[in-house]
Design a protein around this ligand. Structure first.
Ligand code: PGA
Length: 224
């Protein structure tokens, strides 16, 4: 199984999100090969929009066991009186996954390792699978994390993806167990994905910019 994750970041309102879904659904509807990959558990697509879009997307997205939703973040508080926070309990019926520790949050929101740990624990409590983003081999990996998305900062949103051999170099320095899914993120597109697909070291892709356009995103999916 390869994982293809769309990270829309803080873009899209209801209209632009539903229009994305519409184009995405049409493309899948007419692509039998892609349907087969999904049906045969060869590919899983995880769409991570902002919180306000989770419900309308869940209602409208093409129905398939391997097209699911993820959050981009979650509160480090459990449910309770934390005005403005979105807890794992809030989203447990909408998402199967949640990204945590994205480098943009570490940078702009000054997110700390202990907060990221706490988020991972709460997600597990509500049966949501954390996808932990790490910037390099030095970022701490809490216990029981299955999905690790390695995203070198220089490659995020710059169009400069990291070469496969360098990605594997970093992978080898991270202590992973055999069940961990190692995901690469950083300027992935439908052309540069080919090199990563030649190696079975990479279990999936976290795609930012290119995922914001449904046609380009589907084009990536067709390469997997
Ligand atoms: P990018 O973003 O594909 O635009 O580099 C990846 C990410 O930030 O998750």
């Amino acid at each position: 199984m390869k994982y293809l994750i769309a990270n829309w970041k803080s873009t899209k309102d209801i209209n632009t999100a539903l229009s994305w879904v519409n184009t995405f659904n049409k493309s899948i509807n007419k692509n039998k090969v892609l349907q087969k990959k999904l049906d045969e558990n060869y590919l899983k697509i995880i769409i991570c929009p902002s919180f306000h879009l989770l419900y309308p997307i869940k209602q409208n997205i093409y129905k398939n066991k391997n097209i699911v939703l993820g959050a981009q973040n979650v509160s480090f508080f459990d449910q309770g009186n934390y005005t403005g926070e979105i807890s794992a309990q809030n989203i447990k019926d909408l998402v199967e996954y949640s990204i945590i520790g994205h480098s943009e949050r570490r940078k702009y929101l000054k997110e700390k390792d202990n907060e990221i740990d706490q988020k991972a624990m709460l997600l597990k409590d509500y049966d949501i699978e954390p996808i932990l983003c790490v910037r390099n081999e030095k970022d701490l990996i809490p216990d029981k994390i299955n999905f690790i998305a390695y995203e070198p900062v220089f490659a995020i949103g710059t169009g400069e993806n990291q070469a496969l051999r360098d990605v594997i170099n970093v992978k080898n320095k991270i202590s992973l167990n055999k069940d961990n899914v190692f995901i690469y993120g950083g300027s992935v597109n439908s052309k540069n994905i080919i090199q990563y697909l030649q190696s079975n070291e990479i279990g999936g892709f976290l795609v930012g910019n290119v995922s914001k356009d449904p046609t380009s995103f589907i084009e990536i999916a067709t390469k997997i």
